[in-house]
Write a protein that binds this ligand. Sequence first.
Ligand code: SF4
Length: 403
Amino acid sequence: MKFDALILKVASRCNLNCSYCFMYNLGDTTYKEQPKFMSYQLIDQILEKTKNYILTYNKKEFSFIFHGGEPLLIDKEFYRKFVYKANKMRLQLSNVTFKYDVQTNGVLINEEWCSLFRELNIYPSISVDGTKKAHDMFRVDHKGKGSYDKVFKSVQILKKEIGYADTVCVINIEENPEKTYLSFKNMNVNSVNFLIPDFTHDTFPFDTSKTSMADWLIQLFDLWIDDIERYQIPMFAGIVNRILGVADQANNESTVLVIETNGEIEAIDSLKACGHGFTKTGMNINTHNFSDIKNSPLGKLYFEDSTTKLNVKCLNCPIKEVCQGGRLVHRFKKENGFNNVSVYCKDLIKLTAHIQNKLMNIFPELYSNEGIDKMNSEEIFNFIQTQDFVSSKYKEDLEYFAK
Ligand code: SF4
């Protein structure tokens, strides 16, 4: 099992109502059946199962990511109890490091929360979608009011109280990439984890003959790479590292397991965008071990096969090692499950080609001895269209998830 982090859904409700949210607004309504908060009783079960997992798979690092809904809706005492018990349990394990993260919408951040983060060594990350215009387009409260002004202040509180501000941004291509890049500089953040919006082939809203996402990201990349005072962008660092072959090829997506507020064990919750109840496995922390997830078809695909069991075009794609077929949710189509290239395939090819070509300009000596030509994204795209042979059994496995 390659996962080394748990996403703990400590609250199943949210004080915002973001229109693109996969928890509430992309077709899965199972959150309504969840308790509002994770119970204190589940802490012992989670830690017991974590200990067994670490011992069985000899893990040296393990992360707990507090998530929701909005994780700051649960009381502070929950965090104290969890971290205290986890640190105590860690003493029974040799040479294992624990890390605690919280992914928040930022609305409730104040000095008291920062003090708790310092006390428990919890690393917060705030969701901000760049400019006020982009952010308030989707990240609204239950009355439809934008949350940007509050969140902007929260980022400043984090900088002052704990000395850094990490953020997550869902890309909004209706906003200008330069304005987006500069808005985060204006906030003085340390990092921005840009995320491509979660759409399946059934819900993709963009013109498929165009490459709007790639064009947007290319502008952002060029600003970033040329800026000597750049903040960190993990998406670009990941692509650069994979192109240069200096990074583990593992797909980060499959390194987390989700525990719902009632203890249910699930694969990553972005897959909720595939439909109502899609991520349900029928497994619960009270009755199952973490590794049982690979006995469910979705768990097996997600944890064991997500970078190898790919559509035939991806299998033969010249940039497969960099792209790895894209994220699972982006491959899904009701008609044939995961037997597809990413809905962003054309964008991924264009972006990767651009970054590789840019790196060749920056580090000519790295490439000159290898006889490598610059990449032509049209050529790659036309080549993968010719790839279509695959055995029927292989096809069946990927199409098992068709609805
Ligand atoms: S670029 Fe397209 S064909 Fe290539 S691996 Fe990614 S999704 Fe598959």
